[in-house]
Design a protein around this ligand. Structure first.
Ligand SMILES: Nc1ncnc2c1ncn2[C@@H]1O[C@H](COP(=O)(O)OP(=O)(O)OP(=O)(O)O)[C@@H](O)[C@H]1O
Ligand SMILES: [Mg+2]
Length: 251
């Protein structure tokens, strides 16, 4: 079977191409569907790397392949149907929540799965929403879950999640985690999730990609990463105290 995703020596120069690159020599492979946690201190380029995998930004060097097809060989729109990015700060389009959910099916000319929406809304803790209301009015945490749902409607092969539970209370976070784990098992979707929540990374992921020193410094099985990180940087990173939780959702 072809590997799901391959990164070969991916490089991103800093804005203006000055100084050392933001990151370089990023190589990794996901041989079969898995959940991977992408970790690293702030500013390492985790979001940038996800955006590159999603074809929303370009690599300055290197190759990204999906099921053995290079990003350069595939039309960007087709790639984005298979590889979906849920941003750190979700952006809603003007209009109702339902219109936002329907955008992907209109854009990609696929049927809108109302049944799936109705099934997932309560499981994401969003049963209370009136879909005819303006999407502008949603809280930050609600926007992130609607944005996740919008991506799930595409049934992507790879789902890239950028700190999507960071502004959620524990209960809502656990609901999202459960949906994601079930979705991964049922659909065989590969998930790469950026998180600063070690408990979440430990519990959900099979492997950890740790970014540091301008590259992908470690790529290990999750338990091995947390028990015996190979670099001093990763050791210091995982020694940090747990995140202070339950900040209010930005609206
Ligand atoms: N070409 C570039 N593309 C993207 N970011 C760049 C570039 N050049 C420099 N930067 C800077 O590098 C940093 C990369 O940010 P990015 O959002 O990818 O990091 P991150 O690891 O996701 O951080 P956080 O954990 O805070 O979300 C930012 O400070 C950005 O301004
Ligand atoms: Mg980021």
């Amino acid at each position: 079977m072809n590997p799901v995703l391959e990164l070969h020596n991916v490089k991103k120069n800093r804005h203006g191409s000055e100084g050392t690159p933001l990151f370089a020599n990023v190589s990794a492979q996901i041989a079969e569907p898995a959940i991977v946690a992408l970790l690293g201190v702030s500013g390492q380029g985790k979001s940038t790397l996800l955006r590159m995998i999603a074809a929303l930004d370009n690599a300055d060097e290197g190759h990204i392949r999906l099921h053995n097809v290079s990003r350069r060989e595939m039309d960007a729109r087709q790639w984005r149907m298979k590889v979906c990015y849920v941003a750190q700060q979700s952006v809603m389009l003007q209009g109702s929540i339902e219109q936002n959910l329907k955008t992907v099916s209109l854009l990609h000319r696929i049927p809108y799965e109302d049944k799936l929406v109705q099934h997932l809304l309560p499981r994401l803790g969003l049963a209370h929403l009136d879909l005819s209301k303006s999407a502008d009015r949603l809280s930050g945490g609600e926007k992130q879950r609607i944005s996740l749902l919008r991506s799930l409607l595409l049934h992507p092969a790879v789902l890239l999640l950028d700190e999507i539970t960071a502004s959620l209370d524990r209960g809502s976070k656990e609901m999202v985690e459960q949906v994601l784990q079930e979705w991964h098992h049922q659909e065989g979707t590969t998930i790469i999730m950026v998180t600063h929540d070690f408990e979440q990374a430990r519990q959900m992921s099979k492997a950890v990609w740790f970014m540091g020193e301008g590259t992908l410094l470690e790529n290990s099985e999750t338990a091995a990463f947390f028990e015996h990180p190979s670099s001093e940087l990763a050791r210091q990173y995982i020694m940090q105290p747990p995140l202070q939780k339950e900040q209010p959702c930005p609206s």
